[in-house]
Design a binder for this molecule. Structure first.
Ligand SMILES: [Zn+2]
Length: 131
């Protein structure tokens, strides 16, 4: 994860370089001024590249976090549900859940009542009979 303080420090460094380049502009010795400006540009480039790389790292980090979350969801040991009206019921939880969504994606989707005999999953549209 990108360290915000480091990122800020790099920003401060860029501001300092701007000040230095303002000072360098007042140098009357043309050769010295040119050399300084060259070094200043190198420094600026290096810091901008570093900041860019930090942002890319942050992006990758977030991607990996998201992947990790999904993998955990898929591989987490599943609670053993009980069957009721063709749906799953989980201990200590209200509601009847879609068996297909839970078995394939590990997602607990509450089914909704269609009529007195049937229930339906709002996600995969599976219909569950009371029988
Ligand atoms: Zn479903």
């Amino acid at each position: 994860m990108v360290d915000i303080e480091t990122f800020k420090t790099l920003g401060t460094a860029l501001t300092s370089i701007k000040t230095i380049s303002d000072i360098a502009a007042t140098i009357t010795n043309a050769q010295l001024r040119q050399e300084l400006n060259g070094k200043i540009a190198d420094l600026q480039g290096a810091i901008i590249t570093a900041r860019q790389q930090m942002l890319e790292m942050q992006e990758k980090y977030e991607q990996v976090l998201e992947e990790n979350k999904q993998l955990k969801m898929i591989t987490a040991p599943r609670q053993k549900p009980q069957m009721q009206w063709g749906c799953y019921r989980f201990e200590g939880e209200d509601g009847l859940f879609c068996t297909a969504c839970y078995d394939t994606k590990g997602q607990k989707i509450q089914t909704t009542r269609l009529d007195i005999d049937f229930r339906r999953c709002p996600v995969c549209k599976a219909v569950f009979g009371a029988g």
